[in-house]
Each structure stands twice: as structure tokens, then as C-alpha cells.
Design a protein around this ligand. Structure first.
Ligand code: SAM
Ligand code: SF4
Length: 441
């Protein structure tokens, strides 16, 4: 039988990256092999993002390019999933005529039957229903051979309704997966060679709330810590309002929990944080950061920042800069506010000009680069334990590993060390990585 090839392009966050892994795993059971050659593909899926306008534009331009392939190969099936697909539903078919399939964020598990309908009935399919079950996020994706780190989705959706954000509308209400399903998935991953798991959810701190009297997030981490074969645990993303003292203490108590937290602050102005509906003040945020650093002195703290939210005056923006100077994040993802249809922020007055948003973003990013480099330079001469992930992207002869604090370290080694934990001495710091030398002692 002729091989069938699947090409997937992923836009957006870690959630989407993992959703794509699940799509590939499910379709492998239907005989599809992955390819990175578009021209070879029988099925092309774009896993889309619509967090910001720019992400949506990228999807349209990619679909334009892919549409040309259908002229040469009418049997080619083209599908879109993810947040933009959830948002547009049937309208996607009107905008992009060569699309065969539009599937929403809760419908990954239905891909095989939807593809069969497209093939057999040559009809256009749309499925963007929300379900009360967790079928989509429970799909097991076996890791690629040689991979040591894997994502595990522990919850779906979000109930927070931050004023700028479309996630609650496009991923539905928050729902936690049962702990026993999570443990079973992690045990399978360990059997496939995985040593490190990153627990994924839009707001992991509220894990368990929809399960009644089950485990909370800290208890879940501690139980995962007992799974033999798991050496490191990470999680993302954590909402500052819900970051409990219990979870902060867990960084000191649970040896396998890595010294890194991604804690999106969004703004340094209390007025803007209130307009964003974030539910904390800058002072409360900083108190939690101080506490984290007290209990876990080497912890790296990363964050997300939005500039140019409606009504963000020069002094509000200056407060964001002041907050960055005080906290000195290890790194941040920063964005220009992007207006999204249907969100509370869309109705706010005081929209900021695009050029002013760009100016603020450039400054925030320059300041962050300075802080990141300083934080990395402070590690020169230190001894760091790495989990070796494989070959370095920089050079065929080098290996790459991550510190517990999530920093990339490239180093030379004669032996194959993938999956091992090794100690290296940091010899040189750069903005995006570190260079190290295996410690012989
Ligand atoms: N659930 C996570 C949280 O609460 O931080 C992150 C969700 S979102 C995928 C990732 C980041 O995108 C957010 O932290 C925020 O900084 C940014 N973001 C979300 N909506 C945005 C918008 N309309 N404009 C600009 N940035 C946005
Ligand atoms: Fe969006 Fe806020 Fe939910 Fe994060 S917590 S996904 S920013 S609504």
C-alpha cells in the first residue's frame, strides 16, 4: 500500500505544540507518516493561534501558499485546527475556499472520522463543538525516539477572562484531568525514555478545582515526584493570583521540581492590572517573587508583559519599566496589546497608537535583553547540573542540555550523554544560551 504523508504546521504556544503532537500520534494509527516536505503531503494540517492579530495573519498567508498545491494535487486534504479554527468555524471555509476541514480545540480526537468523511464523501467538514469530556487532551502521544522531555496536559480551558484574552472563549471552561489518567500517561512516557515532564494548563494553580475533593496542584506535583524514572518536573502557566504559599513551599520541598517558574505579570501598573482583570497588585506579585527567591535562591523567574493596553498612560508604562528593574526577570515574552473581538478590553477607551506600542515594546525588550544577559553572566564559573537533551543546534559536535532553571547550555563531549544528568562548569554566557565544560571531578 502507498504511504500516506502528514504535514503539520504549528502556530502559537506550548499548548498548540503539544496538541500537534497528539494529532500526529492519532493519525499515525491511521497510517499517516509525518513529513516536513509540503509537496509530499497527502494531508496538511495547520494548528492555528489567534491570541494576537499577527498570529492570525500568518495563518492566512500560509494557507494562500498551501492552496496552490491543491491545484497540482486535487486529492490533497487541507485542514485547520486550533484557536483560529474554533473562532471562525464555518466562516473559515468562506474565507479560504480550498479548505476541506475545520476542527475546533475540543475536536482533535475526532480527526480520523472527519478525515474519512472528507475522503469518502468529498464534503467540507466543520466541527467546533465543545464537550464536557476531556477526550481531546487525553490522547497519548508517544515521544519521538531519543527525546527526554515531554509535555503532559493536566487541564483544559480557562475561567479567568482576563480583559484582553480570547482563550476562555476558544478553549472553553476550565476542566482538570483525573490524577490517575495523568499518572498513567507519565508512567507510559517513562517507559518510552522520558525523564522530564512539563505539566501544561492555562492556569495550573487551580488544578483540581473541577474534580471536587481530589488532589490540588501541589499534591499532584508531589505524587508525580514519586513516579520512578521521572527526574524533573516543570509546569506552565501559573497565574500570579492563584500562586499559593503551599506551591511556593513546594520548590523547597520537592527535589524533582525544577528551579523555574513562568509567572506572567502583564503590567507594572495597578490601574492597568485592574483594567486587565488580573486579580492581583504589583505589590502582591513582588511579595510572591521575594518569597520564591527566599525559598529557592537560584530559581529563575520568567514572565509575559503586554505594552499598550487601552488607557496605558506614560506613567503606567513607566511603572512596568520600574517593576522590571526591581524584579529583573531571567527572561520575558513581551507583546504589543492586540485588540480581540468579543473581549472586555475591546470596549475600553484610550486605545494606544501602533507606533507608540512599538516604541514601548522595543524599550521593554532592550531592557529585558540587558537583564537576561546580566543573569546569564552571573552564572559564569558556576557548576550546573544539566539534563542532556541531545545534539546542539549550534554545532554537530556539541551536545545541549538544560539547567534546572531552564537555561540552555552547549558543551563538547566525546561520549553520547543524551538523557543523562551531568555537571558542567559554565565558561561563557551569551544572551540566549550558555557554554559549559564537563566537570571531571
Ligand atoms: N494562561 C497564561 C496566563 O495566564 O498567563 C497565558 C496565556 S496566553 C496564550 C500567553 C500570553 O499572551 C499572555 O500571558 C499575554 O501576555 C499574551 N496575550 C494574550 N492575549 C493578548 C492580547 N490580546 N494582546 C497581546 N498579548 C496577549
Ligand atoms: Fe488568558 Fe488570563 Fe486565562 Fe491566561 S489566565 S489564558 S491570560 S484569560
Amino acid at each position: 500500500m502507498k504511504n500516506k504523508y502528514l504535514y503539520i504546521q504549528t502556530f502559537g504556544c506550548q499548548m498548540n505544540v503539544h496538541d500537534s503532537e497528539q494529532m500526529a500520534a492519532l493519525l499515525a494509527q491511521c497510517g499517516y507518516k509525518m513529513t516536513d516536505n509540503l509537496k509530499l503531503a497527502d494531508l496538511i494540517l495547520l494548528n492555528t493561534c489567534s491570541i494576537r492579530e499577527k498570529a492570525a495573519h500568518k495563518v492566512y498567508s500560509e494557507l494562500g501558499r498551501i492552496g496552490k498545491l491543491k491545484e497540482q494535487n486535487p486529492e490533497l486534504i487541507i485542514g485547520v485546527g486550533g484557536c483560529l479554527a474554533q473562532h471562525l468555524g464555518t466562516k473559515f471555509h468562506k474565507r479560504v475556499v480550498h479548505l476541506d476541514l475545520v476542527f475546533g480545540t475540543h475536536n482533535i480526537h475526532r480527526l480520523p472520522e472527519m478525515i474519512a468523511s472528507v475522503k469518502n464523501e468529498r464534503e467540507k467538514i466543520t466541527n467546533v463543538d465543545f464537550y464536557k469530556s476531556l477526550n481531546s487532551i487525553g490522547i497519548y502521544a508517544p515521544p519521538v525516539k531519543g527525546t527526554v522531555s515531554a509535555f503532559v496536559t493536566i487541564m483544559q480551558g480557562c475561567n479567568n477572562f482576563c480583559a484582553y484574552c480570547v482563550v476562555p472563549y476558544l478553549r472553553g471552561p476550565e476542566m482538570s484531568r483525573k490524577p490517575e489518567d495523568i499518572f498513567a500517561e507519565i508512567e507510559k512516557l517513562v517507559d518510552h525514555g522520558i525523564k522530564e515532564v512539563t505539566l501544561l494548563g492555562q492556569n495550573v494553580n487551580s488544578y483540581g478545582k473541577t474534580l471536587g475533593k481530589g488532589l490540588n496542584f501541589t499534591a499532584l506535583i508531589k505524587k508525580i515526584g514519586k513516579i520512578s524514572g521521572i527526574e524533573r518536573i516543570r509546569f506552565m502557566t501559573s497565574h500570579p493570583r492563584d500562586l499559593s504559599l503551599e506551591l511556593i513551599n513546594c520548590f523547597a520541598e520537592e527535589e524533582k521540581l525544577c528551579e523555574h517558574i513562568h509567572l506572567p505579570v502583564q503590567s507594572g501598573s495597578n490601574r492597568i492590572l485592574a483594567l486587565m482583570n488580573r486579580g492581583y497588585t504589583v505589590e502582591e506579585y513582588m511579595k510572591k517573587v521575594d518569597h520564591l527567591r527566599k525559598l529557592s535562591p537560584h530559581i529563575s523567574i520568567t514572565s509575559d508583559i503586554i505594552v499598550g493596553f487601552p488607557g496605558e498612560a506614560q506613567n503606567d508604562y513607566q511603572e512596568t519599566i520600574d517593576m522590571m528593574e526591581k524584579i529583573r526577570f531571567d527572561s520575558t515574552f513581551s507583546f504589543k496589546y492586540s485588540e480581540r473581538k468579543g473581549t472586555a478590553a475591546q470596549k475600553l477607551e484610550g486605545k494606544i497608537e501602533e507606533c507608540e506600542k512599538s516604541r514601548r515594546l522595543t524599550q521593554v525588550q532592550a531592557l529585558q535583553d540587558h537583564h537576561t544577559l546580566q543573569a546569564n553572566l552571573a552564572l559564569e564559573g558556576s557548576l550546573q547540573e544539566l539534563l542532556v537533551e541531545g545534539k546542539s543546534k549550534n554545532s554537530e559536535n556539541d551536545l545541549m542540555g538544560r539547567t534546572s532553571s531552564w537555561k540552555i547550555v552547549n558543551f563538547k563531549s566525546e561520549s553520547e550523554l543524551t538523557g543523562k544528568r551531568v555537571n558542567v562548569k559554565i565558561s561563557k554566557a551569551y544572551l540566549h544560551s550558555l557554554r559549559g565544560k564537563i566537570d571531571d571531578i
